[in-house]
Design a protein around this ligand. Structure first.
Ligand SMILES: Nc1ncnc2c1ncn2[C@@H]1O[C@H](COP(=O)(O)OP(=O)(O)OP(=O)(O)O)[C@@H](O)[C@H]1O
Length: 235
């Protein structure tokens, strides 16, 4: 009889709570979250402003620690790691995309991607440069590497940020409102790109959003309200 081998999840959150502040000012941003995210999944995280989306993304990617509960990221228990070890794991396996791109304005698009790769320590300068050019080409801006962010449109800047998040071949990409600062058509194009990369590379994507386009198109949609998961739908 064939044995079913179940692939281990990319991320597993168990009974995760996160509070900020104390006393009267205490905010329970996440309340007892249990969540399993499979490898290769494309997950949209929805919910109103202040519901806990960014807090959840920060915890599942090891940027912030839960007040209680535990996080497994690619089988590693993040609670047990110190900041140095967390930073190595993030540098190897995680790509992060932000709403406001977070590019360095004085650097060219090329260097915005290439410098983090060199600092990552896994690549020599030549390989980092080759990877940078390949990744810029894969996101459709191979000819724009010489421009600074100020010389690029919002959609082009987000493509640079996507290239920066992908250039080290991470297993997990976390995107916090990646289309939130873009017009509808540009946001749709960025979404097409993220979904194409997900399908081609089986990179796990976790994307927080207010966008109905993304909610409609993602294979799995999680809705969070007041720090609790209220819907978890796979299509
Ligand atoms: N560093 C912090 N200190 C105190 N409270 C915080 C902190 N970070 C988040 N919060 C609070 O935790 C709750 C969840 O915030 P979070 O940023 O995760 O929401 P969100 O769903 O990402 O919101 P938005 O869609 O507006 O970005 C909110 O009440 C927020 O005010």
């Amino acid at each position: 009889m064939a044995t079913m081998i179940r692939e281990r999840p990319a991320i597993l959150l168990m009974d995760v709570c996160k509070s900020f502040g104390t006393g009267d000012g205490k905010v329970d941003a996440l309340k007892n979250i249990n969540l399993e995210i499979a490898r290769g999944e494309f997950l949209a995280l929805c919910g109103p402003s202040g519901s806990g989306k960014s807090t959840l993304l920060n915890i599942l990617s090891g940027i912030d620690k839960p007040t209680s509960g535990s996080t497994l990221f690619l089988d590693k228990s993040l609670n047990e790691l110190d900041e140095g070890q967390l930073s190595v794991i993030r540098g190897r396996h995680l790509g992060f995309i932000f709403q406001f791109f977070n590019l360095i304005p004085v650097l060219s698009a090329f260097d915005n991607v290439c410098y983090p790769l060199i600092l990552n320590g896994r690549y020599g300068r030549k390989e980092a440069r080759e990877r940078t050019q390949q990744t810029l080409e894969s996101v459709g801006i191979g000819a724009l590497g010489n421009r600074t962010p100020g010389q690029l449109s919002g959609g082009q800047q987000q493509r640079v940020a996507i290239a920066r998040a992908l250039a080290h071949d991470p297993q997990v990409v976390v995107a916090d409102e990646p289309t939130g600062n873009l017009d509808q058509a540009t946001g749709e194009a960025i979404l097409d790109l993220l979904m194409k990369i997900n399908q081609e590379t089986r990179t796990t994507f976790i994307v927080s959003t207010h966008s109905t386009q993304l909610r409609d198109r993602a294979r799995r949609v999680i809705e969070i309200k007041d720090g609790e998961i209220v819907h978890d739908v796979s299509k």
